[in-house]
Design a protein around this ligand. Structure first.
Ligand code: FE2
Length: 207
């Protein structure tokens, strides 16, 4: 594929020649779905302007949220941080719950403090809409990403992306994160634990 990666691959990806990452989060997506749907209330809307693409975003308070939310976010950041070798920080988090015919218009995240964006798929019924990345200022077809419940994808916040209409009668539930990748840092205890427990790496972990 000219654009560099097969989006169904796991691990480090190459989206329009810039790095991304796809992985599986350790939490139960059904349990996390229940919490995410509970946060989709009027008071949690990121904006009250229905013309803003963020109108469908419901803010998540990770620091004060339940354990399953913290675990999910930490696991995603550990996997990405360990794979790219950089320290990764959380800027903000939100959930989107698409009803039938809802979609997310093409947008990017460059107006925010982050340099990477993440989507975690909590509940994605058949026909509920694929994620698409669009080439900007160069020829080429969109990259179409098939979502799978329990998996997540991280991509540069500058890349234009959107979600096709939900043609299912069930909710399509996702969680989004804005992440910031900092300069190379020594591995944290959490990253070392992740490497030992999930990747089976025990020696020379700093190398
Ligand atoms: Fe987005």
């Amino acid at each position: 594929m000219m654009v560099g990666c097969a989006p169904e691959e796991m691990g480090m990806l190459n989206i329009y020649r810039v790095p991304g990452f796809r992985g599986t989060c350790k939490v139960d997506p059904k349990e996390l779905t229940k919490y995410l749907v509970s946060q989709a209330t009027e008071g949690n809307r990121v904006t009250q302007d229905p013309n803003d693409v963020k109108y469908q975003d419901f803010e998540l308070d990770v620091a004060n949220g339940p354990e399953i939310l913290k675990e999910a976010v930490e696991d995603i950041m550990l996997q990405f941080g360990f794979s790219c070798g950089y320290k990764v920080g959380l800027v903000n988090a939100w959930t989107i719950c698409h009803e039938r015919e809802h979609q997310t218009y093409p947008h990017n995240h460059i107006d925010e403090e982050n340099n990477y964006a993440c989507v975690y798929w909590a509940q994605v019924p058949e026909g509920s809409g694929d994620l698409e990345f669009y080439p900007l200022g160069m020829p080429g077809e969109p990259i179409i990403v098939k979502p799978i419940a329990g998996q997540f994808m991280i991509f540069p916040g500058s890349v234009l992306h959107g979600v096709r209409q939900n043609l299912s009668d069930e909710l399509r539930v996702s969680m989004s994160l804005n992440l910031i990748m900092n300069i190379r840092q020594p591995l944290t205890e959490g990253q070392k634990e992740f490497a030992r427990d999930r990747l089976g790496i025990d020696e020379d972990i700093e190398k």
